[in-house]
Design a protein around this ligand. Structure first.
Ligand code: YSA
Length: 333
């Protein structure tokens, strides 16, 4: 058996291995790698034998053997790159452009809710949220709309299939965010200034400007000495922040049982007016109902439709696009 523990034997191994490698290709390449560098390969055996050598020889021989390992590994890599399988052979074309991963983003209605919340927060309103499944007391009675009052017909209501002791349904999907007016005032001493974003539901036929489920943002400000001029000023400022200073705004008298006086606000849309919110001065009966003294405190409230605002801002022609879940529409925002 030849002595493999001398520098000369390493040199002989190097020459032999490189000569063989020069003509190796295809499967012979792997045979070569295994013969010299594999687990039972010749060089590997040499390296394993180093531990049994006398210490003074071990250092210089070990260094030479490791250098040879590096030389053979590099030579193998060069040869494999020159004659080994090309990417095309494996069916993989690395020059093809990559596929861009689909990037998620916020729904345009969510974006609009956030923009509205940001504008109102900057104007001093605090954001609060409330339940979508509501008691009829908060949705109607606390808002000066007692049971059997004809004003209940203003909101086509989706009732939850549950009745009270008298056989009347009392639980509903909230038709507007206004129930939060009473919920907030019940728990807070004046002054209050809150904005309530949330989803609402109505048993309504749909068309280009009406959905059966949509979002509103409610606003409520109550303190001593608040006037109608402050309501108007607040809503003008809000419209300026959301639609810009050029967009035309219209106020008209309107009726809501929980305000006196009441108004609605519309924005110009395709040469017409599109109503975006109802508003008014909080009715003294609503204030008294939550324990506020209506002789001392006054306030204003408003409730705006988020989908309508998104529609106006983006020039969309039909509100039903928002819930249709069509990526061709959603990916524009
Ligand atoms: C009025 C006075 C206040 O002091 C406070 C709030 C209000 C608003 C009241 N709660 C309300 O819901 N009035 S509303 O029925 O006229 O709706 C307000 C806004 O919600 C509308 O101007 C519209 O922008 C939107 N909206 C109403 N029904 C809708 C709708 N958006 C889409 N689809 C529907 N079906």
């Amino acid at each position: 058996m030849p002595d493999t523990t001398t520098i000369e034997s390493l040199e002989a191994l190097r020459l032999e291995a490189l000569r063989e490698l020069e003509s190796a290709s295809g499967e012979a390449l792997e045979v070569w790698r295994s013969k010299y560098l594999g687990r039972k390969g010749r060089l590997t055996q040499v390296l394993r034998g180093i531990v049994g050598m006398p210490p003074d020889e071990r250092r210089s021989f070990g260094a030479a053997a490791n250098t040879l390992k590096e030389v053979l590994e590099n030579a193998f890599a060069d040869r494999a790159a020159a004659v080994g399988p090309k990417p095309a052979d494996t069916g993989l074309d690395v020059t093809l452009p990559g596929r861009r991963p689909l990037q998620g983003r916020l729904h345009p209605v969510t974006q609009t809710v956030r923009d509205i919340a940001e504008a109102l927060t900057a104007m001093g309103f605090q954001i609060v949220e409330g339940p979508e499944v509501e008691h009829d007391y908060y949705n109607f009675t606390a808002l000066n709309i007692p049971p059997d009052h004809p004003a209940r017909d203003m909101w086509d209501t989706l009732w939850v299939d549950r009745v009270d002791a008298e056989g009347n349904p009392r639980i509903l999907l909230r038709t507007h965010t206004s129930p939060m007016q009473a919920r907030v005032m019940e728990k807070t001493k004046p002054p209050v200034r809150v904005a309530v974003p949330g989803r609402c539901y109505r048993y309504e036929a749909t068309d280009a400007t009406h959905e059966w489920h949509f979002h509103q943002v409610e606003g409520l400000a109550v303190a001593e000495g608040i006037t109608f001029a402050e309501l108007k000023g607040t809503l003008y400022e809000f419209a300026r922040r959301i639609f810009g200073p050029e967009r035309k705004v219209r106020f008209r008298c309107d009726y809501f049982p929980f305000v006196e006086p009441g108004v609605d606000m519309a924005i110009d849309w395709k040469g017409e007016w599109l109503e975006i919110m109802g508003a008014g001065m909080v009715h003294p009966r609503v204030l008294a109902g939550v324990g506020y003294d209506p002789e001392k405190f006054t306030g204003f409230a408003f409730g705006m439709g988020v989908e309508r605002i998104a529609l106006l801002r983006h020039g969309i022609d039909d509100i039903r696009h928002f819930a249709a879940n069509d990526l061709r529409f959603l990916s524009q925002f």
